[in-house]
Ligand binder design. Structure first.
Ligand code: GLV
Length: 322
């Protein structure tokens, strides 16, 4: 007869709580279950016993949310940017926060940035305006190698943009807080080299993480250091930009235009001046959306590694802020 008391206890299935708002929940759950058949997935607010939850996949959770969990092994951010999670003082200090590393993010971001760099580089805004006035005014364009594009922030997304622009022959320079060299990209490091970096950027692309050090970095003083008539592309966070300063910079001519995929309020209020400013193109935070199909797989793979005590990539350095 088998002594049941001697049989090993079945291993507890890891429990993942899905707590993301404003996303296609059905699609996410389908892909999480597809990639993680051995993981128990609970959906906020039906959390069951909070002490049984090992992992949370979160985006914009309500105030006080984190206080209920006792023993989390990790928190996964639905987005690459984690500034909102870091603002939440309830997240226990010992719990690792893991940023989203969906492999779809980099190509999507690089594509969005390239689209707007090329639009500016080939003066397409002027040709569109000319067409509306039945004007035929050809002008020579510089070569890509004669156009300098600066990437402010060389994390995974910034590097993907830089790589693609280098492939097309643009003169690419990158600025990062600490040295992060890339082949084909002229590197500038730290606050001491920021002015030198800016001095030649005819297009400035902000892909920085939002931290207390980078909040408001896109201000009038910075715009005035760019070559006259530069284009700003902000795909970082709305908090990087001083919005009234942008209007002043456009009025002064230090900027010719701006492409903003992120704003301080999303959506901006109906009376926000950017809606109707022809010099500003706004898009509704679509440059690099997390795709459940691929993102769910990365989250499940990381849970699997943590369960096997293997290291995972994308762990946020809380004091650094990203
Ligand atoms: C989106 O903005 C993200 O953080 O991935």
């Amino acid at each position: 007869m088998i002594d049941a008391s001697a049989a090993p206890l079945p291993a507890k299935r890891p429990v993942l709580l899905f707590a993301c708002f404003g996303v296609n929940q059905e699609l996410w759950l389908r892909w999480l279950r597809h990639h993680g058949p051995d993981i128990e997935i609970r959906v906020w607010p039906q959390i069951g016993l909070a002490s049984e939850i090992d992992y949370v996949l979160a985006w914009e959770v309500p105030d006080g949310f984190w206080a209920q969990f006792g023993a989390l092994k990790a928190i996964f951010s639905l987005g690459a940017g984690v500034e909102r999670l870091l603002l939440d003082k309830d997240i226990p200090v010992g719990v690792e926060i893991v940023r989203m590393e969906d492999p779809s993010l980099e190509p999507a971001m690089a594509e969005y940035v390239l689209l707007h760099v090329l639009h500016h580089h080939r003066d397409m805004g002027r040709y569109a305006a000319d067409q509306r006035q039945r004007l035929w005014r050809p002008a020579a364009s510089p070569l890509a190698s004669e156009r300098t594009v600066g990437i402010l922030g060389l994390g995974r997304l910034g590097r993907a943009c830089a790589e693609l622009l280098v492939t097309l022959g643009f003169d690419v320079r990158g600025w990062s807080r600490t040295a992060n060299p890339m082949s084909g990209v002229t590197a500038f490091v730290g606050p001491g080299e920021l002015d030198d970096f800016l001095s030649r950027c005819e297009v400035l692309v902000c892909t920085l993480a939002l931290t207390p050090q980078t909040r408001g970095i896109l201000d009038l003083a910075l715009f005035r250091r760019l070559p006259k008539g530069a284009l700003l592309i902000n795909v970082g966070r709305g908090g990087h930009l001083n919005e009234p300063d942008l209007t002043t910079a456009l009025d002064e001519g230090c900027l010719a235009g701006a492409v903003l995929d992120v704003l301080s309020a999303e959506p901006p209020p109906q009376d926000h001046p950017f809606w109707s400013d022809p010099r500003i193109a706004i898009t509704p935070h679509i440059s690099a959306p997390t795709r459940p199909q691929t993102a769910a797989q990365t989250v499940i793979a990381k849970i699997d590694r943590i369960e096997r005590s293997a290291p995972v990539s994308g762990v946020v350095n809380r004091s650094q802020g990203y």
